[in-house]
Design a protein around this ligand. Structure first.
Ligand code: FAD
Length: 580
């Protein structure tokens, strides 16, 4: 329920309005009629009906379009009485006030500008709100502007050449720039900051329907232009975006008995190889989940962090038509319904949760490593989602108790061990999840043939426990290529067992999901950050004042929208501190 004072005066929100999906192209008249019936009003009583959300429900023979609408009354002052009359009705509510209001304005004599590290969705939105409040942030991004970055990224897919500082994970737009651009999230968002993110994306050129579709997405090409326009807006407001600038260290001074205050950053200019210091006492740290060198240097500087659970697995590909038929029945292929998606979960007998992750309808499987000698899968699509395959990660939940110990495994992956295990045998080192990711990714590189091909197997052979030698009816989309073989060695035994148990279960939910020829490629290891950088109620690093860990890499987001929302909250926290 919307709290008093947080509603939009004169407006009413109605939910669960169901219409035949074929009306979705021009639903206005049917929606007005449904609104009149629900509120028991005459057509003249209603000034406007705006669609807030639209989803499709395919459980019936004829799929239904399900709407949430916002109603403006011809006489807005009647809204209070109407809402009182319908109090307790599950479909009728006040419309919440979703407007974002700046927490303040930068003082004219600001001594030091705030700095934002990383220009992914989190850094973009932190910088944007800081710029909108007049704080003129400086953004430091290790990668390149998004168009140059796109060319570097293609080098891996087309020529098997990885650019370690400019790839699917690093560069303007962050990890989400080459993606499906899905824009939904399950985070609690009582301040409707997700709405602010969507509005800014539309202002920057995203398709307006992202504002009302239940499962909106932008697709990779459109994202490129949107990201450039957001950068232009930050610069027009006095901000600066510096590319090819990698933050390699933080500079701190002691404050009180146990605390520290951030005083600056060491920044490596990747073009010249020179490292210089940058004075800063407010830094948003939004480096994403793949900034492993940054995690190591922050850990060694004593920044508080812990290992956290994440998920590992494989990517699965099916013909998109199979998913459409399972979801939409005889209406599969209808242009209004588009390429169908899915979400699957299974709790395996060994206690592991198996679930679909980052499902990309009509898309391609993507080479997503940022480190040489590693293979990582992920997925992307264009706005049209019209490639022939559907793909999704099939991942298994893991926890710090699964991570390697800080001894030989650390030496092998990091070139050093911290000796923590010898002192505290039961302790999980903060970097241990990252070490596990690297172990799996470098092993996948070997299984793929050491040339950035991904190791792959057909589902039928994976279930039968025999290596694949020949493709079936599903052609893999991963570039630069897939090496057929046996994926059982690609993941720990518990994960393989859980996946083998889940596939037939998913096949009962989506007919054909466990088809023999569906393609599995590995490994899917960057489902979220392997660690969390702890922060306090003011969103600052525990024990390091002035450092604001944010976004997915710091453990506070899992996707484009939630990273943007966290960026806004952290940007606001920085602004509040600077206005004190
Ligand atoms: P990131 O986007 O990772 O951005 C971090 C930035 O920091 C990078 O640009 C990096 O270059 C920079 N950086 C790192 N270290 C340093 C340093 N030391 N100095 C300076 N700069 C640094 N999510 C969705 O919601 N929908 C999707 O459809 C979707 N598809 C995806 C597809 C792919 C292929 C990938 C890889 C991810 C996808 N995601 C998707 C996840 C989503 O992209 C991330 O959740 C999101 O980008 C996290 O945002 P972030 O800003 O926290 O971090």
């Amino acid at each position: 329920l919307v709290r008093r004072g947080h509603a939009t005066p004169g407006m009413i929100r109605l939910s669960e309005i169901r219409l035949p999906f074929t009306l979705a192209e021009a639903p206005e008249a049917a929606l007005r009629a449904a609104v009149c019936e629900l509120l028991n009003l005459a057509p003249a009583d209603i000034a406007r009906v705006d669609v807030f959300k639209r989803s499709f429900d395919a459980r019936k023979a004829l799929p239904l379009a399900v709407y949430i609408v916002d109603v403006t009354l011809a006489e807005p002052e009647r809204a209070t009485a109407l809402l009182a009359r319908w109090a307790g009705h599950p479909q009728i509510q006040p419309r919440p006030d979703m407007t974002w209001r700046p927490v303040g304005q930068a003082p004219a004599d600001l001594p030091l500008r705030p700095v934002v590290v990383g220009f992914g969705p989190c850094g973009i939105f932190a910088a944007l709100v800081l710029a909108q409040m007049g704080f003129k942030p400086i953004v430091l991004e290790r990668g390149k502007p998004v168009r140059e970055r796109a060319r570097d990224t293609w080098d891996l897919w087309r020529k098997r050449v990885l650019h370690a500082q400019s790839n699917v994970q690093f560069g303007e737009g962050g990890a989400g720039a080459f993606s499906d651009g899905k824009l939904y999230s399950q985070i609690k968002d009582p301040r409707h900051l997700g709405r602010k993110v969507l509005h800014e994306l539309v202002k920057a050129g995203a398709p307006p329907e992202i504002l009302y579709l239940a499962h909106p997405h932008i697709g990779t090409f459109k994202l490129v232009r949107v990201v450039e326009n957001l950068r232009a807006q930050i610069i027009a407001l006095g901000g600066e975006v510096r590319f090819g600038q990698c933050v390699t260290d933080i500079n701190v001074v002691r404050q009180g008995a146990v605390g520290r205050q951030l005083r600056g950053l060491s920044v490596l200019d990747l073009a010249t190889g020179q490292t210089t210091g940058l004075r800063a006492d407010h830094v948003v740290l939004a480096p994403g989940h793949s900034a492993r060198d940054t995690f190591v240097s922050l850990y060694e500087r004593g920044v508080a962090m812990q290992a956290k659970p994440f998920a590992i697995g494989l990517r699965i590909e099916h013909p998109q038509g199979l998913i459409d038929r399972a979801r939409w029945g005889r209406h599969a292929g209808h242009p209004l319904l588009g390429a169908a998606d899915y979400k699957l979960v299974h709790h395996a007998a060994n206690g592991r949760a198996v679930y679909s992750f980052c499902m990309c309808p009509g898309g391609t499987v993507l080479a997503a490593t940022s480190e040489p000698g590693c293979v990582v899968t992920n997925g992307m699509s264009q706005y049209s989602r019209n490639e022939r395959n559907a793909n999704a990660g099939l991942v298994v939940g893991i926890t710090p108790s699964d991570y390697p110990r800080d001894d030989a495994a650390f030496e092998a992956q990091l070139g050093r061990s911290y000796g923590v295990q010898a002192l505290h045998p039961g302790y999980c080192h903060p970097l241990a999840g990252m070490v596990l990711q690297r172990q799996l990714e470098s092993h996948a590189f070997v299984l793929g043939g050491r040339d950035y091909s991904a190791p792959g197997q057909l589902v039928g052979d994976f279930m039968a426990g025999k290596p694949s030698t020949q493709w079936g009816t599903v052609a893999p989309s991963y570039r630069p290529g897939v090496t057929l073989g046996d994926l059982h060695a690609a993941l720990p035994g518990y994960a393989i067992a859980a996946l083998r148990e889940a596939l037939p279960v998913f096949g009962r939910k989506i007919k054909g999901f466990d088809m023999h020829d569906a393609v599995l490629t590995g490994v899917e290891t960057r489902s979220s950050s392997p660690l969390v950088i702890s922060r306090n109620g003011q969103l600052q690093s525990l024990g390091t004042a002035g450092l604001y860990p944010a976004g997915e890499g710091a453990g506070y987001a899992g996707g484009i929208l939630s990273a943007g929302v966290d960026g806004i909250e952290v940007g606001e926290a920085v602004a509040r501190s600077l206005m004190k």
